[in-house]
Design a protein around this ligand. Sequence first.
Ligand code: CP
Length: 305
Amino acid sequence: MKLQHVIQSQQFSVPNLMELFGRTRQMEKIVQRGGTRDYDGKIMATLFYRPSTRTRFSFESAMYRLGGRVLSTESAKAFSSAIEGEQLEDTIRIIADYCDVIVLRHNEEGGAKRAAAVSPIPIINAGDGAGGQHPTQALLDLYTIYNECNTLDGLSVALIGALDTGRTVRSLAYLLSKFDRVKLYFLAPPELQISQDIISHLQERDVWFHLASDPDEVLAHVDVVYQTRIDRERLQSKDVSMSNYDINPAMLRKMKSDAIIMHPLPRSVEIDPAVDRDARAAYFRQSRNGLFVRMALLTMLFEAE
Ligand code: CP
């Protein structure tokens, strides 16, 4: 598969995804054996203009597990020439001379696309802006669903949170829309519902979806409950409360016995820690899958060179 930049989840076809997931399973075995030296000599730069724990650390661990090395700035706004006014395009041109792939989290929507437009080496979008995308998160989310549910066809998935700016939900909705008989429930207050571009995409592909604001209307019907972080400050400024969307033991009782609960993390208060003990809580397994999926993705990029 020819894969140059990873900017948005729409660019993946179902055969691409199945190839990635096959490789991901191999990576789980490679990590159990302590890693490989197959990519000795490869260098990855992680250029993050916004904070991250999972995405940056798992990409860096992935590169080390493959035998490569890492150049990193965890706070590029403060610790790169951005502070002196350097434009993203110039920064990318410079760093591209020092490495083989750049993992970029940019504060502006469209940042990864701008970087890819000038980069001679692959750019991986590690999240752009508030309403952009986070395609590698969606890849690991989809892999987790595939692993836990043993299929991607015919599933009912609830996507919950401030969906208007939820880049993980946006990326995941695009990926799920590629599978047969999928049903998507977007669960949010009307002010924070999923944006029109996603709705139009689903309508064009004839994908079943439902916009809901009442958790009781949705939870008993779904195989996957995908909760997202709730920014309470933003909610206060919009005068919206989302406490009735929090996943807690009472909510667990409303879900199917074999449903899974996912969250891209970090969480705030939207999943009660008491839920962690329930076997349906898949979010830590999901986060762990990020390492394997990102290893697999790097191998596909390096082999496409
Ligand atoms: N899920 C996710 O993107 O987490 P980080 O912000 O910690 O990378």
